[in-house]
Design a protein around this ligand. Structure first.
Ligand code: AMP
Ligand code: TRP
Length: 330
């Protein structure tokens, strides 16, 4: 029997954080043995925010190297660059024709980003979730592993699949989000009410996957906690809860086991250990990353072969869609 399809994507918009790793990439790796996985580097999405062309090229290769260094195996899954499969932009256009302005206007990510960059409110930022829906629906995707912040976009993808199916007959599979119980939203270390994001001005608020050990120790030591002094998993202690989620993701130890281990020990020892589990979890990834970035030929082979495979599946869906909406076959 054919394996079920998993699709996800990461934007090449500069250094990835441990939020990206825990919320997304780490789970991509866990899924590759049991599903037919497509993991994309979404460069079309990245240009909804102004990019310096040469940095975009560099960041795109960096995400690919990070995927591989984290354990994604191109023999098991399809790794590709979004702009290499033209069908993504084409399907977006068709889906735009059944997307309601009102619904796009309500997308929280759009509202936040447009508030931050009013002078650069471009149309692509508005239609960003439609492109994301096209990515997903293109591959008849069953599951989409993402962080919690993408839930609303997933809901839109489901709506568009159902709307298209109702209007033109059964065409798309309706996808399900795959959001984990712990670590679906890694929070800002300086302000645990916000999600950790590399776009934050204060670099103490996030940890990058490529941060060196001393930087990680320093950032964790400075992380905001509280005056309660106990390592307990509760919404009343958002800073500690966040560090426990990070600890859990890197060590595999359960939240209960972590509470037991640090009972009565205070925050100092706990923070030191959080830093060490991050450092040792990232070390093999960082080492492999450096080797991969030194081997551009290999990266090129991976993304070329990935695009070829993705293109084949994508064209099957696009042809079907074009036929159903009434375009004459060329
Ligand atoms: P992006 O960098 O926005 O392309 O995000 C790539 C993936 O990482 C998406 O699945 C996001 O939901 C996930 N992600 C980003 N930031 C976080 C965070 N702070 N916590 C958990 N997941 C995150
Ligand atoms: N919008 C997602 C993010 O910022 C990235 C993305 C684009 C994506 N296309 C996707 C995620 C398709 C999952 C599936 O995180």
């Amino acid at each position: 029997m054919a394996r079920k399809v998993v699709f996800s994507g990461v934007q090449p918009s500069g250094g990835l954080t441990i939020g990206n790793y825990i919320g997304a990439i780490k789970n991509f790796v866990d899924l590759q043995d049991s599903y037919d996985c497509y993991y994309c580097i979404v460069d079309l999405h990245a240009i909804t925010i102004p990019q310096v062309p040469k940095d975009l090229r560099k960041n795109t290769l960096e995400v690919l190297a990070t995927y591989l260094a984290s354990g994604l195996d191109p023999k098991k899954c399809t790794l590709f660059i979004q702009s290499h499969v033209e069908a993504h932009a084409e399907l977006t256009w068709v889906l735009n024709s059944i997307s309601y302005m009102g619904q796009l206007n309500r997308m929280t990510q759009y509202k936040e980003k447009s508030r931050k960059s009013e002078e650069n409110l471009n149309a692509a930022l508005f239609t960003y979730p439609v492109l994301m829906a096209a990515d997903i629906l293109m591959y008849q995707t069953e599951f989409v592993p993402v962080g919690d912040d993408q839930k609303q976009h997933l809901e839109l993808a489901r709506d568009l699949a159902e709307r298209f199916n109702n209007r033109y007959s059964e065409t798309f599979k309706v996808p399900e989000p795959l959001i984990q119980q712990f670590g679906a939203r890694i929070m800002d270390l300086q302000n645990p009410g916000d999600k950790m994001s590399k776009s934050n001005q204060n670099e103490n608020s996030y940890i990058l996957m490529l941060d060196d050990p001393d930087t990680i120790r320093r950032k964790i030591r400075r992380a905001i906690t509280d005056s309660i002094g106990e390592v307990i998993y509760t919404d009343d202690q958002p800073g500690i809860k966040n560090l426990m989620n990070i600890y859990n993701a890197f060590s595999g130890d359960s939240i209960d086991a972590i509470e037991d281990r640090y009972r009565g020990l205070g925050y100092g020892k706990f923070k030191d250990d959080v830093a060490e589990v991050i450092i040792s979890g990232l070390k093999p990834i960082q080492e492999r990353y450096i080797e991969l970035m030194d081997n551009k030929d290999y990266l090129e082979t991976v993304y070329r072969q990935g695009a070829e495979k993705a293109q084949f599946t994508a064209m099957k869906t696009l042809r079907k869609v074009y036929r159903k909406v009434g375009f004459i076959q060329k």
